[in-house]
Design a protein around this ligand. Structure first.
Ligand code: GLY
Ligand code: MN
Ligand code: MN
Length: 440
């Protein structure tokens, strides 16, 4: 399982084919980040860079030069250094990189300033991610300036800059069968984590103890990192959309909202389940849960080619607004509520986002100002929710502090959809019976 060199090569070819003639594309690896003093954050390659190379080391630059006779794909990377490797681990080095990554050429990163000028010279335009990495912005400008300063005797500098992101991200938006397999694997591991947390949950334990169950399941199954900071919010904390301190005690009567997904081989999963700490929903929790579940199920059904990306969102809004009207939490007519967007008091986010190498993945949601159409190979999350703030005095007290979200990762197929994140209890019956089995 994984992405083959053949696929990495195909991606580069495809990207180069989409670039205007006589261009060069430049990409930088992700910077290394200090956490504090000498301790660094775990290094994670930039998704764009990895997508095109399969190369996970820092301090690297990729040049794509379509049509160049002596080679189109050139990597600059750290030199082999046996002594340094004793401290910081294996370095591939330029010589081995050529064969291992099946690229045309590779040079030490320390020589990039000299060599890259020859690659840029004579090209009309440069594609790169502008304004994302100050250090790389500075480097590209310095190279162009250098060429301009010599333009009287040498070739002119490129006259145009283009953002690489758009071309590259349209490719990343449509997932190949190998990518889908990795996403399914990530979701499967996350499902193990969610089930372990549900199993472990008992009033009296801390939110971070459930986070530990998630993390253990992720690592035990080959994931090296969550795809984002896990959210484990009990009681009122479930109403905080990006809660992640995960530090409080879980109490009897609380709902526990867990939004967590692992990253597996550079692919993310993003799953949310909400369940009662004690294993049994209260009447109010049950009523709200049924609305969110219905909204999620129906929104998933709206994922199919030809529907707009926004169609599932509209479905979720209509069901949630209608449900809240029936419970008297909203008043007025449905059409008026949809227009005034008063439902945003309880459902303030969109139904989902692209997911892939990044949890909030790349790719435009609109084309020429209109919601784009879903196409086979796209993957989106479907994650409606209802959050009744504990301090919302406009609703009767019994509803306050209920926060529920249900989230799955959904692939657009040729004929409809496929849920990639299966196997975690989701209906009220499934959750209650799963939790009573664990206790009993
Ligand atoms: N976990 C982030 C999100 O659901 O978008
Ligand atoms: Mn999520
Ligand atoms: Mn999400």
């Amino acid at each position: 399982m994984g992405i083959t060199n053949r696929e990495f090569k195909k991606r580069r070819k495809e990207l180069m084919a989409r670039m205007e003639p006589n261009s060069i594309g430049l990409l930088s690896s992700a910077p290394e980040c200090l956490r504090n003093n000498d301790a660094e954050y775990q290094y994670r390659q930039s998704s764009d860079f990895y997508y095109l190379t399969g190369f996970s080391e820092p301090q690297a630059i990729l040049a794509l030069v379509p049509g160049r006779q002596q080679g189109e794909v050139i990597l600059f990377c750290r030199e082999k250094d046996i002594e340094k490797e004793l401290w910081t681990g294996y370095i591939l080095g330029p010589d081995a990189a050529i064969n291992t990554l099946e690229i045309d050429d590779a040079y030490p990163i320390v020589d990039v300033d000299d060599i890259i000028l020859g690659l840029i010279e004579g090209r009309d335009r440069i594609y790169y991610s502008m304004g994302k990495d100050d250090n790389f912005d500075g480097k590209v400008m310095a190279w162009v300036k250098n060429i301009r300063n010599n333009a009287k005797v040498g070739p002119p500098p490129p006259s145009e800059f283009q953002v690489l992101d758009h071309l590259l991200h349209e490719l990343r938006l449509i997932k190949s069968p190998a990518e889908i397999k990795l996403m399914e694997k990530a979701a499967k591991i996350s499902a193990e984590g969610h089930k372990a947390a549900m199993r472990r949950c008992n009033p009296g334990i801390k939110e971070y103890e459930l986070e530990a169950e998630l993390q253990y399941a992720f690592f035990r199954n080959g994931s090296r990192s969550p795809a984002y900071q896990s959210i484990v919010g009990a009681g009122d904390n479930a109403c905080v959309l990006h809660y992640n301190s995960n530090s409080e005690e879980i109490k009897k009567g609380d709902l526990v909202l867990i939004d967590a997904g692992c990253e597996y081989d550079y692919y993310a999963s993003d799953i949310t389940r909400t369940f009662p700490a004690s294993g049994k929903f209260t009447k109010e929790q049950r009523l709200i849960y049924e609305i969110v579940l219905h909204a999620q199920e129906e929104s998933i059904k709206a994922v199919r080619p030809g529907n707009t990306w926004n169609a599932p969102h509209d479905v979720s809004v209509a069901i949630i607004a209608e449900g809240l009207l029936e419970l008297g939490l909203l008043t007025g007519s449905l059409s008026q509520l949809l227009k005034s967007e008063e439902y945003k008091q309880f459902y303030m986010h969109r139904v989902g986002h692209w997911i892939g190498m990044d949890v909030h993945d790349v790719g435009d949601y609109k084309i020429d100002g209109h919601w784009r159409l879903l196409e086979p190979g796209m993957v989106t999350t479907i994650e409606p929710g209802i959050y009744i703030s504990p301090s919302d005095t406009s609703v009767p007290k019994k509803w306050r502090g209920i926060g529920i979200r249900i989230e799955d990762d959904v692939l657009v197929t040729k004929t409809g959809y496929k849920v990639l994140s299966n196997g975690i209890p989701k209906t009220i019956d499934e959750i209650e019976s799963f939790m009573s089995d664990q206790v009993g």
